[in-house]
Design a protein around this ligand. Structure first.
Ligand SMILES: CC(C)(COP(=O)(O)OP(=O)(O)OC[C@H]1O[C@@H](n2cnc3c(N)ncnc32)[C@H](O)[C@@H]1OP(=O)(O)O)[C@@H](O)C(=O)NCCC(=O)NCCS
Length: 174
């Protein structure tokens, strides 16, 4: 996957308290509430990191939040767990992602996801993890991620994973 290029006039920044979060609306209240209410506090506590995409007018066109976590060996599919130790294992978490309703359908969701995965891959060169995992808010979000090779974790239809090997293959230029 080559470097992520956002359309002209759009810019990605780390979340800052001056950013206008209170009007963000992606049509999903959980996702809106996260950005409006929790994202900054969590970032200041070093629990998660959020990046915000600005449009030409300085409004928030989209965002994503990454965090680290652990997954139990037994929760991974056997083909991934086969070679791993039987204990809690490090993962990257794509905790939230949203595109404002006025900007949906312009491929910004795909671009933000590509950038989020690139961030994960680069961080993984320093702090290793076995997979990227995420929880889908609904069936539509699940369909969006499954287009990107995310697969269901056994017994958890709304929790998806992408192994670090698959991520590395995605990031390798062909
Ligand atoms: C899901 C979401 C991020 C997609 O953003 P977007 O900018 O509209 O998506 P894109 O324009 O990049 O679309 C890329 C592709 O995904 C598809 N797609 C877009 N939204 C989709 C959805 N909700 N479900 C399934 N597929 C979707 C598009 O049809 C497009 O496919 P194509 O390339 O074959 O035409 C956006 O709809 C959103 O913010 N939804 C509410 C919040 C949410 O569900 N977040 C995810 C869970 S935290």
């Amino acid at each position: 996957m080559s470097g992520v290029v956002f359309p002209a006039g759009f810019a990605l920044e780390s979340l800052h308290r001056r950013h206008p979060r209170s009007t963000f609306d992606c049509g999903q209240s959980d996702v809106n509430n996260w950005l409006r209410t929790n994202s900054l506090q969590n970032q200041m506590k070093r629990l998660s990191a959020t990046k915000v995409l600005f449009d030409q007018d300085g409004g928030i066109a989209g965002f994503y939040t990454l965090a680290t976590g652990q997954i139990d060996f037994g929760d991974l599919p056997s083909e991934l767990a086969r070679t791993l130790p039987r204990r809690a294992l490090p993962v990257a978490i794509l905790a939230w992602l949203g595109v404002s309703m006025v900007h949906q359908g312009q491929k910004l969701g795909d671009l933000l996801l590509a950038q989020a995965l690139r961030d994960c891959h680069e961080a993984g060169q320093t702090f290793a993890f076995v997979a990227v995992i995420l929880d889908c808010v609904d069936d539509r979000a699940k369909a969006f991620y499954q287009r990107w090779d995310f697969a269901e974790l056994p017994g958890s239809p709304f929790r998806l994973f992408l192994s670090s090997q698959t991520l590395a293959a995605m990031m390798t230029p062909r």
